[in-house]
Design a protein around this ligand. Structure first.
Ligand code: NAP
Length: 247
């Protein structure tokens, strides 16, 4: 059975990926941090469409909780064969000259370390799976990694730059085993995350500046995640799909 764990599957891009992958026959482990109601809605949508899904609360920035998360998913569904490293945060917009070490370190512990630790645990599962050659990881990075996030969130952009390096390096470590690791780099996508940055309508503000003249949707990102996880992408590893409206 194909089992996908999606970190931050309760809202936004993770929720769209959960629904898309359930439609494709994956058993979907929906991780979330605190919004149980949103996670339950995603699960209900999947179950009512005839798919398989279960909820797994865990703060992925806590290593012990990640270890327990993977153990619990294994007990429920069997080994994780596919991982979407997606949970991420944004915080109040500011310039670099205002940033404290506390803020920068927080950003890295929320957006970088969990991707490493979740991948570490997923690899153990994938090696136990009898379909190792079909196992895959997708890391949700951001177009900010190459745009830089100037005047808004260079710390966030740098955390996503780290995810790009991580994706490339891990893909090379696992390539000989046939486990593929790729990334998606969304641009401005309509989700709740912009409110956390202090500007809920950010996507509308910048949409005219984008070559395609509009923000993107979570479903458009989920489609790329699903393709990279699928056997149709069997010769793609260490690569990225940019979903940034032309940026
Ligand atoms: P979102 O709508 O704010 O959703 C964030 C999700 O992550 C929620 O499910 C949240 O769980 C979960 N989460 C956050 N911290 C967590 C933690 N420590 N442990 C477990 N779950 C946690 O965000 P989004 O816009 O969909 O973003 C998803 C990913 O796409 C992020 O990595 C983000 O950086 C990236 N991205 C987004 C955009 C964009 O424009 N939206 C652009 C580029 C990249 P709760 O519901 O429980 O809070």
């Amino acid at each position: 059975m194909k089992v996908v764990l999606i970190t931050g599957g309760s809202r936004g891009i993770g929720a769209a990926a959960a629904k898309k992958l359930a439609q494709q026959g994956y058993a979907v482990a929906i991780n979330y941090k605190s919004n149980h109601q949103a996670a339950e809605q995603v699960q209900n949508d999947i179950l009512s469409a005839g798919g398989k899904a279960a909820l797994f609360q865990a703060d992925v920035s806590d290593e012990q909780q990640v270890v327990e998360l993977f153990q619990t998913v294994h007990t429920h569904f069997g080994p994780v064969t596919h991982l979407v490293n997606n949970a991420g945060v944004l915080t109040r917009q500011m310039r670099v000259e205002e940033m404290t070490a506390e803020r920068i370190n927080w950003m890295l512990t929320q957006n970088v370390t969990p991707y490493f630790i979740c991948a570490r645990e997923a690899i153990k599962h994938m090696r136990q799976s009898n379909t190792r050659q079909q196992c895959a990881i997708v890391n949700v990075s951001s177009a900010a990694s190459y745009l830089g996030g100037a005047n808004e969130y260079v710390d966030y952009a740098a955390s996503k730059g780290a995810i790009d390096s991580f994706t490339k390096g891990l893909s090379l470590e696992l390539a000989a085993e046939g486990i593929r690791v790729n990334g998606v780099r969304p641009g401005c996508i309509y989700t709740d995350i912009h409110a956390d940055g202090g500007e809920p309508n950010r996507v509308d503000r910048v949409s005219d500046l984008l070559p395609l003249k509009r923000g993107g949707t979570s479903v458009e990102v989920a489609n790329a995640i699903a393709w990279l996880l699928s056997d149709e992408a069997s010769y793609a590893t260490g690569t990225f799909i940019d979903l940034a409206g032309g940026l």
